[in-house]
Design a protein around this ligand. Sequence first.
Ligand SMILES: [Zn+2]
Length: 249
Amino acid sequence: MKNYRDDLDDILEKARQHGVHSIITIGIDEESSIAAVELAKKHSLIKASIGIHPHDVNQIKPETYQRLKTLAAENKEHIVGYGEIGLDYAKLYAEPAVQQKAFCEQLDLAKELDLPVIIHNRDAHDDTLDILRQSGPFPRGGVMHCFSGDTLLAEQIINLGFYLSIPGVVTFKNGIELQKVAATVPLDSLLLETDGPFLSPVPWRGKRNEPSYLPYTAARVAELRGISLEELADQTSNNAQTLFRYSVQ
Ligand SMILES: [Zn+2]
C-alpha cells in the first residue's frame, strides 16, 4: 500500500527490532500482486501473496488469471499464498454475484497453483462458508484473515481445516466477540496479522498500522489465553510457516 512508500526501510528495521521475522504482503489486484512479488524479491523479510480482492473483481479481464498464473510460475520462491479473495458485502464495490463468481474461480486457481488461500469475508459469513464447502477440499488449506465472526463461525472454519487470523481489533475495548474467539480456539489454528495499514492495536489505534506493532496484538491474545507471550509467538510463527510453507533462516 502507498502508505508505506516513503519509509519502508525504517518500517522493516523496526519490525526486526520488535521480533517480527517474516511479513506476508498481500496482492489485491494485478498491479499490487506484481508489486508484492517485487518487494519480496528485494527484501528477505517479505513474502508475497497474489490475487484479486472482492473490492476489485470488476477489473478482472479474460487474460487476468493467465497473467497471475505466469507471475506465480516465474516467482515460486517468493509467492506463499493466494488472496485476499472472498466476499465483501459491507462495501459492495461489486455485485454479490460477480464477487461469488470471482471467488469460486480463484479458489480453483489457488488449488491449481498449489497455494493456500487467504480469505477476506466481511458481512458475508453464510455465503463464504457455503462457497468454501462447495469448492473444497483444499489440500493446501487457508486462513480466514481478519477474523470477524463469533465462536460458532470459528468452529465451522476450523472444521474446514482453515486457520483464523486475529488482527489488532482484539486489543480494542469493544472487541469482546473477537476476544472470546482468541481465548478459546485451538492454539494450532491461530495466526496473527496487522491488516496494515488498518486496524492498529491499542495504543496505536487510529494510526497507520505496521508490523512492529504486532507484539501488542500477540500480548493481548497471550493474556486472554493465560500463556506467555513467547509461547504464543512461537506457536503462531510455527503455524504461519506450516501454512505458507516457508522457514525463517
Ligand atoms: Zn481483507
